[in-house]
Design a protein around this ligand. Structure first.
Ligand SMILES: Cc1cc2nc3c(=O)[nH]c(=O)nc-3n(C[C@H](O)[C@H](O)[C@H](O)COP(=O)(O)O)c2cc1C
Length: 144
């Protein structure tokens, strides 16, 4: 049984590049051990993460992720069964975004820059398939 989940969270405003490097180092190690794969996008304000794997391993990992004070307001956008992984060879692919791309993604996930908050309407408005398409462009770039 394979599931994917996508969540969005607000990065701690004091987060540094080395914090993000630490997150990735630990994520790659743990995820490899748990057979979790996925991708993390950092827009400068928000994290958007896709995680794929066995539902039990996903639940367990999310329990520690939500408690991490390097981000807050972790909101699941979608979760569902998948037939194949989108990032089969990535324990955790990573992409930081430039301002313009970030603005587009913020709009897609329901982040209102003017009031700096996640709009109430977003949770589970998306299907897991429509959300994983957000990550498709990242995959393309990583493979080229
Ligand atoms: C945005 C964000 C994404 C994270 N993604 C992962 C991840 O994919 N896998 C992981 O093991 N830890 C991830 N972490 C780190 C976890 O919160 C936690 O520090 C880590 O899993 C170590 O937990 P443990 O002490 O229970 O092993 C992430 C943290 C943040 C802030």
């Amino acid at each position: 049984m394979l599931e994917a989940l996508v969540y969005v969270s607000a990065a701690n405003p004091e987060i540094s590049d080395s914090d993000v490097e630490d997150i990735l180092e630990v994520a790659k190690r743990n995820n490899f051990a748990d057979q979790l794969t996925g991708a993390l996008i950092f827009t400068g304000t928000l994290f958007v993460q896709l995680l794929e794997g066995n539902p039990r391993n996903l639940d367990q990992r999310m329990r520690s992720i939500v408690l991490d004070d390097r981000h807050s307001a972790v909101i699941a956008l979608a979760r569902g069964s998948i037939t194949q992984r989108q990032f089969p060879s990535w324990s955790m692919a990573y992409r930081a975004m430039d301002g313009l791309t970030a603005d587009r993604l913020h709009a897609q996930v329901g982040w209102d820059n003017s009031v700096k908050k996640l709009l109430d309407t977003i949770p589970y408005q998306h299907s897991i398939n429509s959300l994983t398409t957000i990550f498709e462009s990242i995959l393309d770039e990583l493979q080229h």
